[in-house]
Structure formats: structure tokens, C-alpha cells
Design a binder for this molecule. Structure first.
Ligand code: FAD
Ligand code: EPU
Length: 292
């Protein structure tokens, strides 16, 4: 299907989701590129899913039947100019940052501006909305360290909330699935750019042992603070291969695509891990659809 415009002007096109996922897997689906709340609300009137940076997704090779919403245009734009009325010299509240903004570029920009608070999330290849939705982070910081206001869209309309309104925690924002983080305002503190850079470099050191191949990041959450990677490693599963998917020899909580892997290959590896690790593990990946 060539691109068509929806009633409110959103571009709609059938595209392979493999193009949008860091694993490089996922079949053709109907993608809605929404640039305004009007277009977002229209897209949400039928069953839909929200696509961010695709860095936590294992999408079926057949794709998904729902509309796939991708925040674009102004919803992927940013206004970092601090509002002078909200800036007291130390704390800075930014203007609106779109949920579709790529997080890595934003973190680099904040560093250059001497704005500190989110540098612990360096190296997470997400979009802002996706990273907020699951409160992505590392042991050096998480998204909720730097949030002031969140704008949340539902099929019924848009509302604003603050972090205090949400029951957030480790890898969890408390925002219901399907509610879209369309924009956020950040609450940061002023710092010397070189100090922010030093913190980023320090946090980045923790990634030295992570594989560099196509992957959706860690497969499982850490149970009770113990590294799931360590548990999978101790079960002797590093290097286990199904089809073209592999449990990374560098870090056992990463499944990588050797080239031409299918979603079924990844599912099979997840099953093997669950069977062999004696501790119940909660999936961090999102499976689209939830079961194949
Ligand atoms: P997607 O993968 O596109 O979607 C994931 C979920 O978020 C889906 O349910 C989707 O519907 C929802 N979503 C996406 N956008 C929105 C939105 N605007 N509003 C509401 N819901 C939305 N994670 C960490 O926490 N720490 C790490 O250190 C880390 N390192 C990683 C390293 C690599 C190399 C990779 C590939 C991944 C890593 N991840 C890490 C995992 C991943 O980056 C995070 O889970 C991230 O939050 C996913 O965001 P995304 O925008 O890519 O979302
Ligand atoms: N370990 C092993 N074998 C392995 C993997 C790890 O023995 O195969 C050991 C390490 O040697 C280390 C300990 O486990 O002693 C912790 O490992 P690591 O520092 O890699 O941290 P992690 O807990 O496995 C977490 C996050 C990562 C994040 C890193 C760095 C989760 C599920 N994972 O990994 O986040 O990048 O810390 O901060 O919380 C993600 O969520 O997708 C992700 C990549």
C-alpha cells in the first residue's frame, strides 16, 4: 500500500516493522505517523499499538493487525528553552519535549547545554515516550529522575500528570498500557557541561560488556535486584542458539540477531531460559502480539 492520508491528515502506510526495531525483526503492519493530538486521537479510535524506538520489542514475523502509532513532526520535536519563571538558577524546567524524540540525541544535547538529571540513561536507544513509559534506566539513573510534567493521551483525550500522580518504580511508570506519553517537560539542574559528560562516561562504562549486535536489550528484568544475566549465565546458557538468534556470549540477558533471525527463534530462546533458570523471571521485552 502506498501512503494515504487519514481524515485528520496523518500519513498511513504499510511498512515492515523490522525497519523500526533494534532487533531487526517484525512483519508488515499499518503504521500511522501522527503529528498532532488531533491525529493521535483519530488513530486511537480503533485497536492500536504505540511504537517508540522499537528497542524493547519482539514483533511477529507476520506483523500485527492493529494500527501502529508512531509519534512524528511536532510530537517528535523539542523546546528545551527553560521558562525563566520556572528557573530559579539551579532547577530548570524545560518546555515540551515530544514523546517521539530519540533519547540518545536528547541526552547529548542536554549535556552540551549543561543540564543535569538524565545523564544516567545514556546509551538507551529509546524514544523519550517509550523510555518514560517503562521508566528505562541504569543503576546510575532513570527517566523519572528528570520528569516535571507528563502529557498522556488516551482515546478520550489528553491530560497532564506529575510523577507524584503515578505509582512508578523499577522499569515501570505506572502508566497503563496503551496510554500514550505524547510530550513531557523535564526538571533538570544546571551543571558544568564537562561534569555532565564525566557522569555520562562513567555510566557508559557499565555497557562495556554488552553485545554490539542487533538486539532488544535485556530480555528479563532483574529479579529482586539480582542480575538476570548472571542467573542465565550460571545456568550455562551463554552461546545457546536457535535458528539465527543467540544468547550473547558477552552478556547472557541479551539475545542477538545473527542475521535473518525470526520472532519464533527469539521466543524459543526465551522458553529455554525460563525452563532452565530456577528463579521465576519477568520478561522485560514486549512481545507483539503478546503470544505467537
Ligand atoms: P519500544 O521498544 O518502541 O516500545 C516498548 C513499549 O513502550 C511498548 O509497549 C510501546 O507500546 C511502549 N511505548 C513506546 N512509546 C510510547 C509512548 N510514547 N507512550 C506510551 N507507550 C509507549 N532499557 C533500560 O531500561 N536500561 C538500559 O540500560 C537499556 N539498554 C539497552 C541497550 C540496548 C542496546 C537496547 C537495544 C535496549 C536497551 N534497553 C534498556 C531497552 C529499551 O531501550 C527500553 O526498554 C526503552 O524504554 C524502550 O523504549 P522505546 O522507545 O524503544 O520503546
Ligand atoms: N553477569 C554475569 N554474567 C552475565 C551478565 C552479567 O556474571 O552474563 C554479572 C556481571 O559480571 C556483574 C553483574 O552480573 O557482576 C551485573 O551485570 P551488569 O553490570 O551487566 O548489569 P545487569 O544487572 O545485568 C543492568 C540492566 C541493563 C543496564 C546495566 C548497566 C536490567 C535488566 N539490566 O544489567 O539494562 O544497561 O545494568 O546499568 O536491569 C535493559 O534493561 O535492557 C538493560 C540493558
Amino acid at each position: 500500500m502506498t501512503a494515504v492520508l487519514s481524515g485528520t491528515g496523518a500519513r498511513v502506510e504499510r511498512l515492515p516493522l523490522a525497519r523500526f526495531t533494534t532487533l531487526g525483526v517484525g512483519g508488515e503492519s499499518e503504521v500511522w505517523f501522527v503529528e498532532s493530538h488531533e491525529q493521535l486521537t483519530e488513530a486511537m479510535q480503533r485497536p492500536y499499538r504505540v511504537l517508540g524506538g522499537g528497542s524493547n520489542l519482539v514483533v511477529a514475523d507476520e506483523g500485527v493487525p492493529e494500527r501502529v502509532i508512531r509519534l512524528s513532526g511536532p510530537l517528535a520535536g523539542r523546546d528545551l528553552n527553560p521558562d525563566p519563571q520556572l528557573s530559579d538558577g539551579q532547577t530548570v524546567v524545560t518546555g515540551w519535549v515530544g514523546g517521539g524524540v530519540p533519547l540518545p540525541g536528547l541526552i547529548r544535547q542536554l549535556q552540551k547545554l549543561g543540564l543535569s538529571g538524565l545523564e544516567g540513561t545514556v546509551g538507551i536507544p529509546a524514544q523519550v515516550g517509550g523510555a518514560v513509559w517503562m521508566n528505562a534506566g541504569t543503576r546510575y539513573g532513570e527517566m523519572f529522575d528528570g520528569l516535571h510534567t507528563l502529557e498522556i493521551a488516551t482515546p478520550q483525550g489528553v491530560r497532564q500528570v506529575t510523577p507524584d500522580d503515578l505509582n512508578w518504580g523499577y522499569r515501570n511508570s505506572g502508566i497503563p498500557r496503551g496510554h500514550v506519553v505524547s510530550r513531557v517537560r523535564l526538571k533538570l539542574s544546571r551543571a558544568a557541561p564537562q561534569d555532565v559528560l564525566a557522569k555520562m562516561d562513567f555510566a557508559d562504562q557499565a555497557r562495556r560488556g554488552q553485545p554490539k549486535m542487533k538486539t532488544p536489550g535485556c530480555a528479563f528484568k532483574n529479579p529482586g535486584g539480582v542480575s538476570a544475566g548472571k542467573l542465565i549465565d550460571e545456568a550455562g546458557l551463554k552461546g545457546t542458539r536457535v535458528g539465527n538468534a543467540l544468547i550473547a556470549p558477552e552478556h547472557a540477558n541479551f539475545i542477538v540477531n545473527l542475521g535473518g533471525a525470526t520472532a519464533a527463534d527469539v521466543h524459543a530462546l526465551l522458553g529455554i531460559i525460563r525452563e532452565r533458570v530456577p528463579v521465576p523471571l519477568e520478561l522485560e521485552y514486549e512481545l507483539w502480539p503478546e503470544r505467537l
